[in-house]
Write a protein that binds this ligand. Structure first.
Ligand code: PMP
Length: 449
């Protein structure tokens, strides 16, 4: 048998061929049904096969799908930018469209650097991020990502940006305990800034809830308030990477709203199009736009497909669907319901160390010992095993591993579309229950647990 022409994530793996999707369900060509318990990559926020979106696609396509942004604007792109600006907090009123989350964070970095350059401050070119983070796969975005697994082959090409400790209370990188620690991880940002010199640093970037690299790590409530104060003190911009958390996923339009903290730049992706088209965005504050407008007037970035009316019309329809069915509110309510059910599994299975999340961005962390929180060996491949057991039982969950050096970080994300119902959550949790039971038996039988 020859090699497939399509390069897939793991060569040689047998991926089922998908036939169609409806709501939280996907069907392959053999007729198997899968519950999309991870919304793909935390993306399919409004579920699959939504007819309103297909209609919006056609309605735009029959007029015009593509115009180049240096030549024309379009109603769809203008309306989408206005809608996002209206939802965005504070003075985040200007939107730059890109095609992926990686481009959105990389654009945020470039805008931050440009903001200082326009003011004649040319030394502020570094961005501080955190260990245990993921901001994207392109070289700039990867430079900002504290994700050893994804960095490992390319370190020589990456900028050596400084990284602060993450607010990862369950496995604190500073060996502290909350609340006695006084949220020392936030104070550490100030130490790093003072060591490097504030004149070197343009921005601090953070995921409001750490997703792909940590499994829905929610910071203590004081964390972002302290971070905002430190950024203000040293004239450093705060970039919120809401690629995973944005667009209602955590029960608020933007996760930073949970702590009433207003960033200077927001990166969006995933749920903004809910997977119906590749589109993402960088939302920028008036404070920054005023400077650029008074200076060169040109935001120094852009892609051929930026702000194309076809994708913009699709994203608009996605947001209208969210509004019509109050999906943000549903995410908040169903998120609580899901976490309660996952906590019941935690009482049953000691290898579940932590259950956490905000809205429908929920995570489970597996450990060898729930008292000492000792992780499993990397070679035990706990998450891979669980994913494959769930898959054969028709449930998709998302791996969140590899964020921390020397620590396996065996976490998964359970994050179904925001349309999910209580009955569907019960079905998902039943499958998870059976799967974790099977995983436990497997690990014990092989002497790994
Ligand atoms: N930032 C965050 C927080 C993400 O979760 C991701 C994707 N997992 C990205 C950026 C990169 O987005 P994309 O894969 O669309 O480039």
């Amino acid at each position: 048998m020859g090699r497939s022409h399509l390069i897939k994530p793991v060569l040689g793996n047998n991926y089922p061929v998908i036939s169609h999707g409806k709501g939280i369900y996907l069907y392959d060509k053999e007729g198997n049904q899968y519950i999309d318990g991870s919304s793909g990559a935390i993306t399919a926020n409004i579920g699959h096969g939504v007819h309103e979106i297909a209609e919006a696609m056609w309605n735009q396509a029959k007029h015009v799908s593509f115009v180049y942004r240096s030549q024309f604007t379009s109603d769809a792109a203008e309306q989408l930018a206005e809608k996002l600006a209206n939802y965005a907090p504070g003075d985040l009123n200007s939107v730059f469209f890109v095609n992926s989350g990686s481009e959105a964070t990389e654009t945020a970095l470039k805008v931050a650097i440009q903001y200082f350059q326009e003011q004649g401050i040319v030394t502020k070119t570094k961005v501080i991020s955190r260990w245990t983070s993921y901001h994207g796969i392109t070289l700039g975005a990867l430079s900002m990502s504290g994700h050893p697994l994804r960095r490992q082959r390319f370190t020589s090409l990456l900028e050596d940006f400084p990284a602060a400790p993450a607010p990862y209370c369950y496995q604190c990188p500073l060996n502290e305990t909350y609340p006695g620690c006084g949220v020392k991880c936030a104070d550490d940002l100030e130490n790093i800034i003072q060591t490097l010199g504030p004149d070197q640093i343009a921005a601090f970037i953070a995921e409001p809830v750490i997703g792909a690299s940590g499994g829905a790590i929610v910071p203590p409530d004081e964390y972002f308030k302290k971070i905002r104060a430190v950024c203000d003190k040293y004239n450093i911009l705060l970039i919120a990477d809401e690629v995973m958390t944005g667009m209602g996923r955590t029960g608020k339009m933007f996760a930073m709203e949970h702590w009433n903290v207003i960033p200077d730049i927001i990166a969006l992706g995933k749920g903004m199009s809910a997977g119906y088209t590749p589109m993402a965005a960088t939302i920028v504050s008036d404070r920054i736009m005023d400077v650029i407008e008074a200076g060169t007037k040109v935001v120094m970035s852009g892609h051929t497909f930026s702000a194309n009316p076809q994708s913009a019309a699709v994203c608009l329809a996605v947001i209208e669907f969210m509004e019509k069915y109050k999906l943000q509110e549903n995410a908040a309510a169903m998120g609580e319901y899901l976490v309660n059910h996952l906590q019941r599994l935690q009482w049953k299975y000691p290898l579940i160390g932590d259950v956490r999340g905000k809205g429908l961005l929920c995570g489970i962390e597996f450990v060898k010992d729930p008292i000492t929180r000792e992780p499993f060996e990397l070679s035990s491949k706990v998450v891979d095993r669980l994913l494959s057991i769930c898959f054969t039982k028709g449930l998709l969950v998302y791996p969140a591993v590899g964020g921390v050096t020397g620590f396996s970080g065996d976490s998964i994300l359970v994050s179904p579309p925001l349309t999910v119902t209580k009955e569907q959550i019960s079905d998902m949790v039943d499958i998870l229950d059976q799967s974790i039971s099977e995983l436990t038996t497997q690990l014990i039988t092989e002497g790994l647990y």
